[in-house]
Design a protein. Sequence first.
Length: 560
Amino acid sequence: MASSLKELDTGWIERGLLKRRSNHSPVVCFETTDPRRLHQLKSYLSWQPEFARYEQVFVYDQWNGLERLIRGDGPPRTEPYRKTAPASPLGQRLREEGVSLHAFKAALKEVDPYLRKGNTIFIIQNVSEHRESESGLESAIKAWAIDQGVVARGSTVFILTADAGRILDEFTRELAVIIEVDPSLASEREAIIESTARELEVPLDDELRFQLVVATAGLNLHQLESILLESYFTTRRFDPMRLKTLKSELVRKSGVLEVSDPRAGFDDIGGYAILKDFVRKYIVNVLRHPERAGRFGVPLPKGILFFGPPGTGKSLFANALASEIGLPFINLVTENIYSKWLGESGQKMKSAIRLAEKMSPAIVFVDEIDRFGRRGVAADSAGEETRRVFSQFLEWLGRPDREAIIVGTTNVPEHLDEAFTRTGRFDYKIPFLYPGPAARLDILKVHLGLGAGTRHRRPPLAMEGDALVTFLARDVVPATGAFSGAELEEVVTRARRLGFDRGAEVIGAEDFLAAVRSFRVDHGHRQRTIAGCLAQARRLTDDQGFLDAIEQEMEVGEED
């Protein structure tokens, strides 16, 4: 049910072998847990003539124990390795059949002389965590990496694991070659999609093939085949939307990333005309026309910071930005990054960055970026973890080859480290402040289903057209000064509820006015918040014309 393994990319194997031939180390660690990649490695060792010279190819995993790889033209297969049993009261039968080796340390010790004295390949697969005192893995690798017999004879140890940092300490990692294995290349996904469609007799044209290849970016080969089959068994076809849903479920299992395909655009957001115009001009247009931007030497934006009080639409705007550009929306779940276990936070961040990059170009949304936007003090292990995560994220922001477009939000920009906010980390730092009168009217209209292109459902209203707009502008907008966008949405929701509760057929003026009166806002605190936000905007926003327009739209000092 899959494409030929010979159609898959072998670059990752060849990179490891090149490092081995160059004597970087006889220990090569491939970071992958994809069963298809493991099968591919075994097949490669079986097919390639150059590996016929190896005397032994051993394979170890915790369930099957130590095995031998049987080489040939067909699919790779293994057979149990049995150590000759010493004479004992158990009898002749045990001595003839031998003793299987399942204990990790026993398997390492058994293979050790083969590596040192012969020409041997040893594959250690599906290693996650281990106790060094029980396995001796790190000690063995340290010995093999510098053993002249192992190096001279060409013996090689391949380790397949999700993350080398989880099984090897820093010193041991320095003695090994570590290769990051791509989950899947576009050419590999296309090959698997084509072969699976052919075997299942699923129609596949060029447009659908392209959609499927793009929709499944970031998945490994096994995951790709699994969701293709699930889509087929569910709908009898390869449905791109179904595949996106299944992919989201797989990504969510990581606990640190969530992926979605946002559909609500800027038309679904009321107000923020200045913000929309700015973002469309300097961000959306550039991302929609990358070739033209390249001709003019205009760089593609890689980082955007939204800052401002809660409820002002930062998260909503990030979703709409992804929709406007037509990119996936990846949410980095910041609260799940930190762990009480030493080293785990850094590994989670590393895995999240790697997976996000494989699914990019995409909008990577980092809500409350201030969670790890400061270096911290490394006074203890927790402080060291904070610094490690901070450094990883800062390095990601600065990578010139980064495909992900990072959109971060914060309610407290003053808590961000200066390294985050200086020019070069985020292309644009955009303030989200409380909407002015015109923006509030627009927001109310959108949530009442009156805005052009809005997805909000229009309720039954006692007033229509210009009469309704005049009423909102005259009576509701002045009474909602310093309300956030979220609070204006709640005003509309309360008006709907009040009309429903009193048994009316339509929502009337009295429902809107009662909804506003029921909403309590501390205007004094709001004005102090506005002043603080404007001060932060003047500190961070480096486009003076944009900042002037924002301040004018807010109409600072309006009376409520």
